[in-house]
Design a protein around this ligand. Structure first.
Ligand code: BGC
Length: 484
């Protein structure tokens, strides 16, 4: 008898799938109707920071094209849409004593109503990296605990009040990136780094840890407000979205490399997830960082512990990890190890893409879901981002861009890996949002890297053209949904 050894794959009947975007990457309308600048508006104006000198001033012009975006979502069969709010559109100066911009607020009120009318669930991120610039200038933004936490909690409350129909909230998107890329590498706004060739300000050995700490407390405070005043009436849920890649040892026979694999995930993910689930930082980080890692007061620890109704997971790729024997550099943020694309034998973890950090390796998705599920006691998961760029895509003629078979394969293999984690391993994944609904402003890479399932013609009025992957995702989900 031939035994069928292919893993089972399936997703529950009520599984939510759709697409994700973020405000600064798609909205444009940078000064429309009273919006104030964010740190990204300021950062993009500094020469040399963004590929091609690009900004988010116009981007996909979604501020003026919500009807087109909703039509697109309907056409693709999406059940859920994850988007983020531009804080400085709603409170242009950002602070708790600063005026609310009614027009900015109403933009989101109407958008949520329109999505619901179209039968699409709005999954709302409060913060996707675009801090109101004034708060950075006024008191150092994330670096000032008292002010930042109070201002974020106030902003969150303004949004919870204005959008009572929203049932799914994300506080912060990828705090790792705000902290490390914004305050160590200096590649993201506000561009702090110890590298004086890039910036006059910043201390990459301390600031990322302080920023991460304050974001965690702000997350805890916003969740407290939501749970005490809104959750019950809305019947809603709230969580934080964390990014992290899977890790494989550079030398599979090295115990030190295998340990370094876990340490890498701890520095990337558990930095935030351990406080959220356990109320304290991972031991590996305390050991390496010592006093540079802030500590929680008892009250803060209690605030942050248990603050996730669900685990928001952004996941793209995997790396080989090689331990280092030397003492950790004070500027190290990865766990004193090398993050590599090839193993000891020269095997690549996956094919190259346009993004230097991203090589697809789909089995890692199931493995990371299992790693997180075990460590954090079987939480409810929502995959809030997963997707890929394509090497050289931007240089192709549009007809070829629309035939994005590489991206189709990426989604097929990653969604299958997730569906195996659900059907074989019993992991409770309730939703999946592909990154991204459309090509958009890819941060420091400007518009040269495309992550969309929809091509955006920036030269001709931001017109949207679905690529093959946009239409295939529905078929992939149809194959799995209702099969567990
Ligand atoms: C971010 C997105 C970004 C994507 C691709 C994620 O880390 O949340 O804003 O565009 O990765 O780089």
């Amino acid at each position: 008898m031939v035994k069928d050894i292919a893993p089972k794959a399936g997703l529950p009947a009520n599984f939510l799938w759709g697409f994700a975007t973020a405000a600064y990457q798609i909205e444009g309308g940078a000064t429309a109707d009273g919006r104030g600048p964010s740190i990204w508006d300021t950062f993009t104006k500094i020469p040399g920071k963004i590929a091609g000198g690009a900004t988010g001033d116009v981007a996909c012009d979604s501020y003026h094209r919500t009807d087109q975006d909703i039509e697109l979502l309907k056409k693709l069969g999406a059940k859920v849409y994850r988007f983020s709010i531009s804080w400085s559109r709603v409170i242009p100066l950002g602070g708790r004593n600063d005026p609310v911009n009614e027009k900015g607020l109403q933009y989101y009120v109407k958008f949520v109503d329109d999505l619901l009318d179209a039968g699409i669930v709005p999954f709302v991120t409060l913060f996707h990296w675009d801090l109101p610039d004034e708060l950075d200038k006024r008191y150092g933004g994330f670096l000032n605990k008292e002010e930042f936490v109070a201002d974020f909690a106030n902003y969150a409350k303004v949004m919870f009040t204005a959008l009572p129909k929203v049932k799914d909230w994300i506080t912060f998107n990828e705090p790792f990136c705000s902290a490390v890329l914004g305050y160590n590498v200096g590649q993201f706004a506000p561009g702090h780094t110890s590298d004086r060739t890039k910036s006059d300000i910043g201390d990459g050995s301390t600031e990322p840890w302080i920023v991460g700490h304050h974001i965690l407390i702000a997350h805890g405070q916003a969740v407290k407000v939501y749970r005490e005043e809104f959750k019950e009436a809305a019947g809603g849920q709230i969580g934080i979205t964390l990014n992290g890649d899977w890790t494989e040892p550079w030398d599979p026979n090295s115990e030190a490399d295998r340990e370094a694999c876990d340490r890498k995930i701890e520095f990337a993910i558990s930095w935030f997830a351990d406080p959220v689930y356990f109320g304290h930082y991972p031991e590996s980080m305390v050991k390496q960082l010592g006093d540079r890692l802030p500590s929680f007061t008892e009250e803060e620890s209690q605030l942050v512990k248990g603050s996730n109704d669900f685990y928001g997971m952004n996941h793209y790729c995997a790396n080989y990890i090689k331990h280092k024997d030397t003492e950790a550099d004070p500027l190290d943020t990865a766990g004193n190890l090398d993050v590599l694309m090839e193993d000891k034998y020269g095997n690549s973890i996956g094919p190259e893409t346009q993004s230097g950090w991203l090589r697809p390796h789909a089995p890692g998705f199931r493995k990371l879901l299992n790693w997180l599920n075990k460590r954090y006691g079987s939480p409810i998961f929502y995959v809030t981002e997963n997707g890929t760029s394509l090497k050289g895509e931007n240089d192709l003629p549009m007809e070829e861009i629309l035939e994005d078979d590489f991206r189709v394969e990426y989604f097929r293999s990653y969604i299958t890996s997730m569906a195996e984690a659900v059907a074989e391993d019993g992991i409770d994944v309730r939703g999946y949002m592909a990154w991204s609904l459309m090509d958009n402003f890819e941060w420091a890479e400007g518009y040269e890297t495309r992550f969309g399932v929809t091509y955006v013609d920036y030269e001709n009025g931001q017109k949207r053209y679905p690529k093959k992957s946009a239409l295939e995702i529905k078929n992939i989900f149809d194959q799995y949904i209702g099969k567990v």
